[in-house]
Design a protein around this ligand. Structure first.
Ligand SMILES: C[S@@+](CC[C@H](N)C(=O)[O-])C[C@H]1O[C@@H](n2cnc3c(N)ncnc32)[C@H](O)[C@@H]1O
Ligand SMILES: [Zn+2]
Ligand SMILES: [Zn+2]
Length: 688
């Protein structure tokens, strides 16, 4: 393993990165949940802002240039300029750069409000009168529909009766036929052909005349006929209707098209709203209004399941993919837009405060002399717009194999900002067969990106990757791509997520679902670890088996699959031999260890490691807790962060486990933990 303490490379464009920063970098930080400015628009896998900020600050000095070649919704670049750095954020996805830009874009509050008011005058009345009007059941004056509840029709395959699904008893995926008492699955003939008949089962309306809000009503035959009849009309000609990539993983059926996400009524309302927004003169204001539209689009679609008794319609994306629930609620498009606008306005108040003077866009590299941020929709396999040896730090979160097909998801928003998606250049592993996005393609494109990252970084400068995947082949593709490009490994930290479900904590199986944060550095080529150079498959296998034995031992004789995975992947990365490990981890575990209860592994034929070779995890935790509490009182999060700093990866304990030991060793005053008594303080000091 090369861990030279001398700065490498020559010339004047040396990185300001200092080696002593490395040890600081690996200190664990506890993730915080997102502030409202990062919640204005959905994007998948946003990184916790405080972690990103911490890494940027530790690795760079003010004025340095930070690059994120997969900048997504922009957390890295925005946190970088917030910390007084300059930032370059490239992402191939136009939705990503749009979200990043609109998040930071300073917007005058008065102008925004005025534009919204004018929009309301120009279009809200028009939408409501032409599409959502009805007679109030109470005063008989004109009122406005706020919600329409739809239920899909199904036909019992046994007796052929049709029902609205909402009316039937449901167990798992099956419904009970009230006619012949047979259990059946959603089986309306023609469902697969796309003629999904739906019935209106309920509507809600607002009446300004009698001041009623969201009044529920079962529609009478006339209203039912009116609403259902409307849906038999064709979609407006100008309504976008591209075909979608078939992908069972995100619930896109063969032959499905864009319009299926919306009712005909919503489609008409959306076109009216969009047209009016596009007529807004002020460019920034127009962008923010479009941002409001895409941000609220799911609420205007058929993706909202009906759950009864809610005000806002509940959230979309409750399951991964485009789930079109059989029982769903259609929300008045203007209302959904308006509700979203107030949310965005609150977010903008926050970003105006933070970014007012910091957001100064650049349009090329040289602009960065005076500007602060260069955002660009760009394929990062080619960074020729960025000079060689010019970047001080890269922090990035590369696509996670097949975890999120970003482009297929973003196809949902793309038409409304006129974006076209360069599907063939996307780095992803997709279950959509026709896209040809295999693991090989993923690896090939990633290698190009990291080759470019290597070139543009200053000699000796660091690069941090955050990553999360259980599939060893995806890890291999990623880490290989990085190492092949010439980077050398510094260290890695397991990052516990911001919100660990209480269930996961109670189960004490070790915290799950966090990211691995890996630090690399641009060193001269060919400085890889000895083991990597020798590349002996047997040796690597023994290494992995020993690591697994150790993890099982430390955890008192059993470990979960997740803990073993984390430890093994870490071990392979640390020795820079991920690429040489050909067997699946699962297979290796099964061959050498025993799975006792579900997900609990114990020693196999080889038995435990030699007594005294390793320390039990609880003892390690105890030692660390004693040592850090000897320096003074600390709150629980600080204690937890310190423990995680020393116990990485396969060793990372759950918060619960740490807390149990903390309770035994210390007492709590206010929210601060400290040693139980004087004698213990002495003892703790001895430990430190
Ligand atoms: C895991 S996401 C990054 C999310 C980001 N960390 C955030 O906080 O929003 C990976 C990103 O890589 C982008 N991407 C995929 N292929 C790319 C390419 N060839 N060039 C640049 N970006 C690409 C995707 O659009 C996606 O936004
Ligand atoms: Zn009324
Ligand atoms: Zn039946």
């Amino acid at each position: 393993m090369t861990r030279s303490t001398e700065p490498v490379g020559k010339g004047t464009r040396e990185s300001s990165f200092q080696t002593d920063r490395i040890s600081q970098i690996s200190r664990s930080v506890i993730a915080e949940t997102h502030p409202s400015m990062y919640l204005m628009h959905k994007y998948w896998a946003r990184k916790p802002h405080n972690i990103v900020a911490e890494y940027v600050k530790r690795s760079t000095s003010p004025g340095d240039i930070v690059l994120d070649p997969f900048s997504g919704s922009g957390v890295t670049v925005l946190e970088a300029i917030r910390a007084g750095r300059k930032a370059i954020g490239f992402d191939l996805n136009p939705l990503a750069t749009f979200i990043a830009e609109c998040t930071a874009l300073p917007a005058n509050r008065e102008k925004l409000l005025a534009a919204f008011k004018s929009l309301k005058e120009r279009v809200a009345r028009n939408i409501n009168e032409s599409l959502y009007s009805l007679r109030c059941s109470h005063c008989r004056r004109e009122a406005t529909i706020s919600h329409i509840v739809w239920s899909r029709r199904a036909q019992c395959p046994r007796c052929s009766r049709t029902f609205t699904l909402a009316a039937l008893k449901k167990r798992g995926q099956k419904y009970l036929c009230t006619n012949c008492r047979e259990w059946f699955k959603e089986a309306f003939p023609g469902l697969s052909k796309g003629t999904k008949r739906e019935d209106v089962t309920e509507i809600w309306f607002d009446c300004t005349n009698c001041g009623m809000r969201q009044r529920h009503q079962k529609p009478d035959a006339v209203l039912k006929e009116m609403l259902e009849g409307f849906e038999k009309r064709p979609y407006p000609r100008r309504f976008p209707d591209p075909p979608l990539w078939e992908n069972p993983r995100i619930l896109i059926r063969p032959g499905m098209r864009y319009s299926e996400f919306f009712t005909v009524r919503a489609a008409k309302a959306l076109l009216l709203l969009h047209k009016a927004i596009c007529r807004t003169d002020d460019v920034s204001v127009r962008k923010i209004l479009l941002f409001t539209l895409t941000s609220g689009l799911a609420q205007m679609s058929k993706l909202i399941a009906y759950r009864g008794g809610f005000k806002t319609g509940g959230s979309a994306w409750t399951v991964p993919g485009f789930w079109l629930p059989a029982h769903h609620v259609e929300i008045n498009v203007w209302n959904a837009f308006e509700a979203r606008f107030w949310k965005i306005l609150r977010g903008k108040d926050e970003t105006n405060r933070v970014f007012a003077s910091l957001f100064r866009p650049a349009y090329n590299f040289d602009d960065l002399d005076r500007a602060t941020i260069w955002l660009r929709t760009h394929d990062s396999t080619d960074l020729s717009l960025v000079p060689t040896d010019s970047i001080d730090y890269i922090f990035t979160d590369p696509p996670y194999g097949d975890s999120v097909p970003y482009f297929e998801y973003c196809a949902f928003w793309a038409p409304w900002i006129g974006a076209s998606l360069a599907y063939e250049r996307e780095i992803v592993v997709s279950n959509s067969d026709k896209r040809g996005k295999s693991i090989e393609n993923y690896r090939e494109l990633l290698t190009m990106v990291f080759g470019e990252c290597y070139r543009v970084l200053k000699p000796g400068a660091p690069m941090t990757l955050t990553f999360h995947n259980r599939d060893i082949s995806v890890w291999k593709a990623l880490v290989d791509a990085v190492l092949e490009s010439g980077f050398s490994y510094i260290d890695d930290v397991y990052q516990v997520p911001a919100v660990v479900s209480s269930k996961a904590q109670l189960a004490d199986k070790g915290s799950m679902t966090g990211d691995l944060i890996i630090n690399f550095r641009k060193t001269p080529a060919n400085s890889h670890s000895d083991l990597a150079k020798r590349s002996d498959a047997n040796e690597i296998e023994s290494l992995v088996i020993e690591e697994a034995r150790r993890i099982i031992y430390e955890r008192g004789g059993r470990a979960t699959t997740e803990e073993l995975y984390r430890g093994i992947i870490h071990c392979l990365i640390r020795h820079e031999v991920v690429g040489l490990f050909d067997e699946g981890i699962d297979k290796l575990l099964r061959r050498n260890f025993q799975e006792r209860a579900r997900n609990q592994w114990t020693y196999g034929s080889m038995g435990p490691p030699l007594e005294g070779l390793y320390e039990l995890l609880d003892h390690s935790i105890e030692r660390i807790v004693k040592s850090i509490l000897s320096r003074g009182p600390m709150d629980e999060t600080e204690v937890f962060a310190a423990v995680l700093t020393y116990l990485g990866n396969g060793r990372t304990p759950s918060r619960d486990r740490v807390l149990r030991i903390l309770r035994r060793l210390a007492k709590k005053e206010g929210d601060q933990w400290q040693p139980n008594d004087e004698r213990q303080v002495k003892l703790f000091e001895a430990h430190a």
